[in-house]
Design a protein around this ligand. Structure first.
Ligand code: SF4
Length: 454
């Protein structure tokens, strides 16, 4: 898919260094990390298509410091960290600045995410690195010139979409094994094994890719099920929020690791839900405001295809029977009715509310809503909706946690611990009530029948 030059005011002000076709062979594209499992496969797709790439894994307090130095301090926290991570890598001395380019992923929506590329270019120019090219991955033709040496083609998009489906599957199973593994490292080993296998499958013919991946589903689930796990029940905690702080360990101070260390099981909705949200919004726009019929039909076909892919994963996990499958976007979509309009689509918009409701309906009452500094849309659709959600679902135990460069990690952790303490009290009460009725423990709270039998 060739992306058009964006003629916005920002691009006119900031000089743009182009990623030329020759740079494909000479330059390494540095990619800021967001989702460790998914990005390994997406990076592989780029490599397979002839780009030299590297995922940035640098971390530490210096990243926020670099971000604060290089972007305006009222910029959203995710932009600050993404740009900070790139500038930190640049200043590390590890890379020849004349042989690198940066990649930035953007939602292309109406919020500030669409400006990240210009913020990065501005930061590079101000630091004397204006010659470093920046390439963009987004759905809105932002940032890349049609002459650019970096082009996302339809086959690449196809492979990236499958990487996301597989990433969601591995993440879902990984999160249900890691808190219970009896031999530390077993879950990581299975996940790494399958990232490698999937990358090998991605190397094959695109025409048979979907088929070959589908054939692996039963073995993937079986491999995770073979991990020796404790039979105990843990409190399940949903993680929702703005896309970067929800997923990125750098953005949320390793929230998943912290939840596991506190004896909880993290439940993180997949990245495909966000992709489907973007596609669905195109369809919704046509209904609300009118527009090209052709475009809507294209969005509808894509929507159906991606929902179908998601359903195949759910079916495979459900069939095997040991794990809770992820929710289906088509159901998530229904759940938002009566809470928020689907016209609310800045940032994560209505999806954020829908994910919280979907988690509660699937028995995950305890939720951390991650909120980055500077994110007005998600404060409205996230924190702003908690009261409405609790009114209809009194069992909901939701906390909003703010992430910004000045936020104390200890304070964030204390708030989460408080939420976990409430969850533990409620769990105890549920058991007491069940005993009182003379029943065995009631099936529920998101635990599968198998776990209860065990
Ligand atoms: S979703 Fe929020 S944090 Fe992300 S770019 Fe938009 S306003 Fe900023």
């Amino acid at each position: 898919m060739a992306m058009k030059q964006n003629n916005s005011v920002q691009s006119a002000r900031v000089p743009v260094a182009q990623f030329t076709p020759e740079m494909k062979k000479t330059h390494t594209i540095l990619i800021p990390m967001m989702l460790p499992i998914h990005f390994e496969m997406i990076e592989h797709v780029l490599r397979k298509n002839g780009y030299r790439t590297e995922l940035l894994r640098n971390e530490g307090s210096n990243i926020a410091t670099e971000g604060l130095k290089n972007v305006h301090n009222d910029t959203c926290y995710p932009a600050l960290l993404v740009i900070g991570q790139m500038m930190d890598a640049l200043h590390s001395g590890k890379y020849d600045p004349h042989k690198i380019a940066f990649m930035i992923t953007q939602t292309g929506g109406g919020c500030r995410a669409s400006n990240y590329i210009y913020l990065l270019r501005k930061a590079l120019v101000k630091s004397g690195y204006g010659y470093i090219p920046v390439v963009a991955i987004n759905f809105a033709a932002l940032g890349n010139d049609s002459e650019s040496g970096f082009q996302i083609t339809i086959p690449m998009l196809y492979e990236i979409a499958h990487s996301i489906v597989m990433g969601d599957m591995l993440m879902c199973l990984h999160n249900q094994c890691r808190p219970y593994e009896l031999h530390p490292g077993d879950t990581d080993r299975v996940t790494n094994k399958w990232i490698g296998e999937i990358n090998r499958i991605l190397d094959g013919k695109a025409s048979t890719l979907a088929h070959r991946l589908l054939a692996c589903y039963p073995q993937i689930v079986k491999d995770y099920d073979n991990i020796h796990r404790a039979k105990e029940r843990k409190i399940r905690v949903g993680v929702v929020g703005e896309i970067y702080v929800k997923y990125s360990p750098l953005g949320n101070n390793n929230l998943e690791r912290f939840l596991i260390s506190e004896g909880a099981e993290p439940v993180v909705p997949g990245l495909m839900d966000f992709m489907l949200y973007c596609v669905y919004n195109g369809i919704e726009d046509q209904q609300l405001y009118g527009g090209s019929r052709k475009k809507t039909i294209g969005s509808q076909l894509l929507y159906r295809y991606l929902v179908g892919k998601q359903r195949q994963v759910i079916k495979a996990i459900r069939k095997q029977g040991s794990f809770n499958p992820p929710g289906c976007f088509a159901d998530t979509l229904e759940m938002v009715e009566g809470y928020i309009s689907k016209g609310v689509k800045m940032g994560e918009g209505w999806l954020l509310t829908a994910e919280m409701v979907e988690l509660i309906h699937s028995g995950v009452d305890n939720i951390v809503c991650t909120q980055p500094f500077g994110c007005l849309p998600n404060h409205i659709a996230g924190k702003g909706m908690i009261r409405a959600i609790k009114e209809k679902n009194p069992e909901a135990n939701i906390i909003a946690v703010d992430y910004d460069p000045g936020a104390s990690e200890v304070n964030q952790q204390n708030r989460i611990k408080l939420m976990l303490a409430t969850a533990a009290v409620r769990e105890k009460e549920k058991k007491r009530q069940a005993k009182k009725k003379g029943n065995a423990f009631r099936l529920g709270a998101g635990f599968s029948e198998r776990e209860w039998i065990c």
